[in-house]
Design a protein around this ligand. Sequence first.
Ligand code: SER
Length: 342
Amino acid sequence: MGMRKEVILITGAAGELGQALINQLADEGRSNIVALDVKPIPIPIQERCELAIPGDILDERLFSRLISEYAIPAIYHFAALLSTRAEFTPEAAHRVNVDGTMNLLKLAADQSGWLGEPVKFVFPSSVAVFGLPDLATKAKEGALKEYQWLEPTTMYGCNKLYCEQLGRYYAHNYRQLAADQHRGGVDFRSLRFPGLISAFTLPTGGTSDYASEMIHAAAKGEPYRCFVRPDTRIPFMAMPDAIKALLDLSAAPAENLKSYVYSVTAFNPSAEEIAGIVRRHFPDAEITFQPDERRQAIVDSWPEDQDDTWARRDWNWQPAYDLDRAFDEYLVPNIKAHYHRE
Ligand code: SER
C-alpha cells in the first residue's frame, strides 16, 4: 500500500507523555507523526508533526478518515483520564480509558491486516494497577513484582489493569475462532510507570501530581500545600527516562520479551524528602502539608516501590536519572529556565 504515507500515531498528544515523546522523536528526525488529542495541542508541538488533529478517541469516524490517508505501523496510545480526575466521573473515565483503548487496538489490528505486518502498540500502564490494603502491608511488601497485589482501588487503576489484558488479547487471541484469522497482528507492549515528573509540563488530574506541583510551585515562587502526608512514599521517574523506557521497549526484539507488561522505576523518595530537596534548590520555597484524606488513601494503596527486574532482564532497562541527578541535571536547570528564574 505505497499510496498511503506511513506515520506513527500518538494519542494524548497534548499531555505530558505525548509532548515529550513528540519532541524526542522530532529531535531524532522522525517527524512522520500524526498527533491526536481532545485538548488543544500546543503550536510548537503541532509544528513538529506531520499532522495534528483535534479529536476524540471515541469518535470512530475520525479513524476512518485517518486510515484513508495514512498507513499506521506504530501507535503510542497515551490518552487517558488520570486517577484523581477519573474518580469524579468514573463512567466517563471508563469510556475514555477502556473503550478508547479498544478502539485503538481495533485500529491496530485492522492496520496490520492492511500492512501484512504486526502493528506496534505501546501503552503506558501505571503503578495505580496495584492496590495494597493498608500501610502495614505496604511497608512489609516493599517493591512489588508485576503480578503482586493487583487489586486497584481506583477506576483508573482498574482501567489500566484491564487494558493490559485487552492488549494481550489483541496480540494473541483476537478473533481466535474466525476462519480468516491471522495471529500476531498487534505487537502490544506496555509499561507500568511510576509517578512521572517533567520539567516542562504539569500533570492534570493524577494523584502522584504532588511531586511535580511542589517543584513547579517553588520555581514560580508560589507557596504549595501538599495534599499527602510527609511520610508518603511511592516510586517516581524523570520524564526523559519515561521516554527512554517507551523507546527502548518499543525497539526491543520481540523474541526477548517474555511479558506483555513491564514495571519500570527510578527512585522512591517520601514526600518529605522531595520537599527537602526542593528547599535545598529553592531556599524560599514555602511547602506545607495538608493531607487530603481521600487522595491520601489512593497513594497509600500504591506500593512504595516497583520491582523492575523483568525490564532490566529482557530489554536492558536502566534509568539514567537517579533522584539527585534528576534534580541537579534535569529538573532544576530546566524548570528555572522555563520560568526565567535564576
Ligand atoms: N500518575 C498517575 C496518576 O497519578 C498514575 O499513573 O494518576
